[in-house]
Design a protein around this ligand. Structure first.
Ligand SMILES: *Cc1c(COP(=O)(O)O)cnc(C)c1O
Length: 347
């Protein structure tokens, strides 16, 4: 048998207090049966939503495992993928001592969540194509206090996928945990890195129902990783972190793949149309290629265009502070995009 040298000892990466934590045992942990007279959770015996939801979301997980071609014990669900970012920091980074690393420009929640936990965030600039510059990251592999690297792919707000070989290089050479945030992967031309979770046991792939699945209001995020990391995620999560309504909403969305496909086709078609219209537009110097459901556009005066659009009740995201003179525009319905283009023509 070939000995795998890139398998890491996960327990050594876990914060000692989390390793030793005795988790809260909920009533549904102690008795998980379906039928009987339930007098164990101080629930109200009357009503429609009177019972606590399944703390381990088994029905939704088994659907997802089948779709992703993995086992249910390789799936974790969070209250949005923002909760997964939070839990990963809690599990692996000791406040005031450990650090995480993220690239810039990228998703703002890595900054905020590490700051909440008093975990320093090392920020490594992406290259001129907004891709990973390995020469810039590599020196940080030596820093034993960096426990976590966040890679957002496709990246928010730039829209591009990160180079797969660069991600693999990081997985092979960095001894800590790598979270690949794939919130936009359904819109991308390349498949998810979920296919690597058996090969690299430090890899956590996160996805969400908020974007391609159209369920931002329901707050359901997914993490795909090895059962050992899932065990610790379960240990620290609030017991009933996803409501029954939200678990059901996610299952319903999965049941209706036809609607998903139909919306996906429309959004991708609109992305292409908007891309070529904006490229020709006098207001924009550049439209960055996108593997997501938004476009990053470079202008001469992002603040002025942003404000002028607001005056016409069209709200885009001003990313000027993050990427010089850039706006991030989500792909709307064909009508919404038409209104956007009409408004831009008036400026
Ligand atoms: C939108 C987004 C998320 C989604 O967060 P949820 O909590 O699942 O809604 C996660 N990561 C990135 C990069 C995002 O842009």
């Amino acid at each position: 048998m070939k000995i795998r040298t890139d398998m890491r000892d996960i327990k050594q990466l876990i914060r000692p207090n989390i390793l030793n934590l005795k988790p809260y045992a909920s009533a549904r942990d102690e008795f998980a049966g379906q039928s009987g007279i339930f007098l164990d959770a101080n629930e109200n015996p009357y009503g429609l939503l009177n019972r606590y939801p399944d703390p381990y979301q088994k029905a939704l997980k088994s659907r997802l495992a089948a779709i992703k071609n993995i086992n249910t014990d390789q799936v974790f669900l969070g209250n949005g993928s923002d909760e997964i970012i939070d839990l990963a920091i809690r599990i692996f980074c000791t406040p005031g001592r450990d650090k995480a690393l993220a690239f810039t420009p990228s998703y703002g929640m890595y900054d905020v969540t590490t700051a909440i936990h008093d975990v320093a965030l090392v920020k490594v600039p992406l290259d001129e194509n907004f891709d990973i510059d390995l020469e810039k990251v590599r020196p940080f592999f030596k820093d034993e206090n960096i426990k976590l690297i966040f890679i957002c792919s496709p990246n928010n707000p730039t829209g591009n996928l990160m180079d797969e070989q660069a991600i693999e290089f990081i997985l092979k050479n960095f001894k800590g945990i790598v979270v690949v945030d794939e919130a936009y992967v359904d819109f991308a031309k390349r498949p998810s890195l979920v296919r690597w979770i058996e090969k690299y046991n430090t890899l956590i792939v996160s996805q969400t129902f908020s974007k391609a699945w159209g369920l931002a209001a329901a707050r359901v995020g997914m993490a795909f990783t090895n059962p050992e990391i899932i065990h610790f995620l379960n240990k620290v999560k609030p017991p009933y972190n996803i409501s029954r309504l939200n678990q059901q909403a996610a299952i319903q969305a999965l049941d209706d793949k036809a609607t998903f496909n139909e919306k996906m086709v429309t959004i991708l078609k609109e992305r292409q149309r908007l891309q070529s219209m904006l490229e020709q537009h006098r207001l924009f110097d550049k439209v960055y290629p996108s593997d997501a459901n938004f476009l990053l556009v470079k202008t001469k005066n992002a603040n002025a265009i942003y404000q002028a659009l607001i005056d016409q009740k069209i709200i885009v995201r001003n990313r000027h502070k993050l990427v010089d003179n850039c706006l991030r525009i989500s792909i709307g319905t064909p009508d919404e995009n038409k209104s956007l283009l009409a408004a831009l023509d008036q400026l």
